[in-house]
Design a protein around this ligand. Structure first.
Ligand code: H2P
Length: 815
């Protein structure tokens, strides 16, 4: 447990002191943003103290460390989270109250750092929390993007992207470590030769040096002083070099070089799945990887004087293929800078790297043109070629004379570098993120690799930071839970299971319903303030929040909403359980269909809201700028969780876990972690519909799927699509979307993700939802069972599995 106890009086004094020293003001004159900053500084002092202690311990005990590399860390706001973890939230709330401030208002002053696109980045952040809490010696590495994911504005129904500058209030959590600045070489040429002593010499010419300056965010764990450090690299131009150019009169060239270096950490790429060829993105990847490895290796060498024992002391975990260049880069450092042979370097590298795959979408499996890798990191490309050659020789043993197979599995082929193949060849572990996904990887995506390296493949189902998503985001629910089962679940999430014993406790179920209503009210107030829409508090809050992508099938939800609208128009007095459909989603700026889908949601929302015949029963709300802090308001208020991707495509999902933990019931396909959620709560406590993976895959493969036939035979669907063609009264034409569903487009088949095929089964499941909702006791009982069985989806459990089965490091977590 943490040593320090924080009292209200001590905190008041500390905050007042920070206000005086940093802003030269007294409490009475301080603005909210000054108070936020003062609170953050007080909390940060505690964290840095713990971070130093943790670093000293790591240094002393010399145990294996985990280095988690990810291009994205969607950490969310820090103040409340750290205060909660340090056990000072109550005292801080009271201290602020005494000083005339509401804690919630102060939290709002903090920008929500958007250093990620969606699930991938949020998972990385949840895992930092898990590592800190479980006592794993972990460091996260990423880029200190000056601009995170764009801010989304909805203007006349359409998404407009604005830059997001988060650093003004986010900087306080980052501690620069200038003395650990590293230099990354980009571009230029290399020549390599063996000198007279047989020693490899590598000369670099005309490269652009870029400084990587580390900024450390201490990530607190709950009930422990252990800190997981998140090291964010900022790209900086080495001024001294520029000055040389300036003085030689090459003013423009100097500026150009300067700007080139600094753009590397300027902006996070939005997820568009078509990044190949974008040189800045590849530079970012190499920048992250090279700075990180130089850092780890330099410290290791300072301690041990050699890198020979590197693999015993470090795991390099790559979160998706984006940091795969760790493999050739570590080879480079070991061979070029430490005189190791290829074999020795390869042994160390391939015993140090572990890879998590997060997607089966073929367009998201990264490939880079050889010419680009060659141009930006010539020495790394040489090493990749060599890895490829040796790898193909190895493949030959498994598939003799099968040239076709070998070229299919090669790392370099068709002038591209296949990052997933490189990751598989150079890792000791490859895991998927849900049981189903890991099976799909073995059986379909990486079948031949699995034949060769079956022992490398494993599964770790994703998990979420349950303290952030339950205890902090839904304090009333946490209080209710704690009144029944105590606080043990905070560190032993499986203890939530004890709640199963209360499934028939009417008083508890009523209380659960009341708490949901309070959280719904909070969201309703937000909607009123931001969208000007009044929602019916007795309606079902039905939520789909996630990146906008066709495979996630926001479209299926939309088609169904239009069909409900028709139903109500035909029969306005029908007995209808009111629904509020809530969406939150960002579309990649270059993804036209996704952007049009957002517009479609907004057109429907407006049409319904303008129609007095239906608007009290049906509502559609699109919440602008979906992000972590908004999710913290949405999750506790949701009653239905939409997890309706086509089976076989969503690797796991983590929103599904946040919703169930807050007592929402899932309507979903048997996809990703939905399968395990279904297993955990039982089929009777979830609304499952649609094709399962084998059926969906077989239908897609057969090429016989004809949505037009469904359109012709199903009057409900026909009317929905006809309406899309006629529009929703605002003059926007959606024929393109209808065509995409009925005829295909952009070289793709009609209704690629088979929304029409699953429509009938989805609509039937939605009817079951409405029926159950009529019986509030039954609904609350199901909600309780969902909460009670959500413990296995805590990040603490995932991290413990990684620690035990992959990283082989110790953890405090007891299964
Ligand atoms: C991705 C997958 C999700 C998965 C998440 C974390 C890439 O996130 O698609 O299925 O849960 O990684 O493993 P997302 O689609 O939310 O961006």
């Amino acid at each position: 447990m943490p040593k320090t106890q924080y009292t209200k009086t001590a905190l008041k004094e500390a905050i007042a002191g920070k206000l005086q020293r940093h802003f030269a003001c007294e409490v009475e004159d301080a603005t909210k943003d000054q108070v936020y900053e003062a609170c953050a500084l007080v909390v940060r002092d505690a964290l840095t103290e713990h971070m130093i202690e943790t670093q000293n311990e790591v240094e002393r005990d010399g145990e294996r460390q985990v280095h988690y590399l990810c291009m994205e860390f969607l950490v969310g706001r820090s103040l409340r989270n750290n205060a909660y973890n340090l056990g000072m939230l109550d005292a801080l709330t009271a201290a602020l109250k005494d000083m005339g401030f509401e804690m919630a208002d102060i939290f709002e002053e903090e920008a929500d750092p958007g250093l990620g696109n969606g699930g991938l980045g949020r998972l990385a952040a949840c895992y930092m929390d898990g590592m800190a809490t479980d006592g794993v010696r972990g460091t996260g590495y990423s880029i200190r993007y000056e601009h995170g994911i764009f801010k989304q504005k909805i203007v006349e129904g359409q998404q407009v992207e604005l830059p997001d500058s988060w650093l003004s209030t986010g900087e306080v959590w980052q501690i620069p470590a200038m003395d650990e600045t590293r230099e990354v070489k980009i571009g230029g040429t290399v020549d390599t030769y063996f000198d007279d002593n047989g020693k490899l010499v590598v000369n670099y010419h005309d490269y652009t040096p870029v400084l990587a300056v580390p900024y450390d965010m201490p990530i607190s764990g709950y009930g422990t002083n252990n800190i997981a450090r998140l090291r964010l690299w900022k790209a900086q131009s080495p001024i001294a070099l520029d000055m040389k150019l300036f003085s030689s009169g090459e003013y423009l060239k100097a500026l150009e070089k300067h700007a080139l270096a600094e753009t590397i950490s300027m902006v996070l790429y939005p997820e568009d799945n078509h990044r190949e060829g974008q040189s800045l993105r590849l530079k970012q990847q190499y920048f992250l990887v090279s700075a990180t490895l130089q850092d780890i290796c330099a410290k290791h060498k300072a301690k041990y004087g050699t890198l020979e024992n590197f693999a015993h002391k470090h795991v390099l975990h790559i979160n998706d293929t984006h940091p795969t260049l760790v493999i050739p880069e570590l080879m480079r450092i070991l061979m070029d800078e430490n005189d190791m042979s290829w074999e020795q370097a390869w042994n160390i590298t391939s015993q140090s790297v572990a890879y998590t795959n997060h997607t089966v979408m073929p367009e998201a499996l990264e490939c880079w043109p050889v010419s680009l890798v060659q141009e930006l990191m010539p020495r790394v490309m040489q090493i990749i070629y060599e890895i490829n050659e040796r790898f193909c020789k190895e493949l030959w043993n498994y598939f003799p004379n099968d040239f076709q197979k070998i070229s299919k599995l090669a790392i370099v082929a068709d002038d591209t570098v296949r990052m997933a193949h490189l990751a598989i060849a150079g890792s000791f572990s490859i895991n998927g993120v849900s049981a189903l996904h890991s099976e799909i990887l073995k059986e379909r995506v990486f079948t031949d690799f699995y034949k060769i390296y079956s022992s490398k493949f494993c599964n770790v189902t994703n998990g979420i930071a349950h303290r952030r998503w339950l205890c902090e985001a839904n304090p009333e629910l946490a209080e209710l839970i704690e009144s029944k089962i105590g606080i043990g679940y905070r560190t032993h999430p499986s203890e939530l299971q004890v709640l199963n014993n209360y499934a028939d406790d009417k008083e508890l179920l009523d209380k659960l319903g009341e708490i949901k209503r309070h959280n719904k009210q909070r969201l309703a107030d937000y909607i009123k303030a931001h969208n000007g829409i009044e929602v019916n508090m007795d309606s079902i809050f039905d939520v789909q929040v996630k990146r906008l992508h066709e495979y996630k099938r926001q479209m299926l939800n939309i088609l169904h909403i239009i069909s409900l609208y028709h139903k109500l128009k035909d029969n306005p007095d029908m007995d209808f359980v009111p629904r509020t459909f809530i969406f939150g989603s960002k579309a990649a700026p270059g993804y036209a269909v996704a952007k049009k889908t957002i517009q479609l949601i907004n057109s429907i929302s407006k049409m319904i809201d303008n129609d007095p015949a239906v608007r009290d029963k049906l509502k559609v709300v699109f919440l602008e700028d979906y992000k972590v802090s908004l999710a913290e308001i949405i999750m506790p208020a949701a009653e239905v969780s939409e997890q309706i991707s086509i089976a076989g495509k969503e690797a796991s999902g983590t929103g599904n876990m946040k919703f169930m933990m807050n007592g929402a019931l899932t309507i979903g396909t048997m996809d990703g972690a939905n399968v395990e959620i279904c297993e955990a709560v039982g089929k009777e406590n979830i609304f499952i519909f649609g094709m399962e993976t084998p059926e969906a895959e077989a239908l897609a493969a057969s090429g016989s799927y004809e949505p037009m036939v469904i359109y012709q035979n199903d009057p409900v669907i026909r009317r929905v699509l006809d309406q899309m063609i006629h529009g929703f009264g605002d003059g926007v034409d959606y024929t393109d979307i209808a065509n995409l569903l009925l005829h295909g487009g952009n070289g793709g088949p009609a209704d690629r993700y088979m929304s029409l095929k699953d429509f009938a089964s989805y609509a039937a499941a939605q009817e079951r939802v409405s029926e159950v909702y009529r019986d509030q006791d039954q609904w609350n009982r199901m909600a309780l069972i969902n909460i009670a069985n959500s413990g296995r989806f805590a990040a603490d459990r995932s991290i413990a599995e990684y620690a035990q089965n992959i990283w082989r490091v110790k953890t405090n977590f007891a299964f």
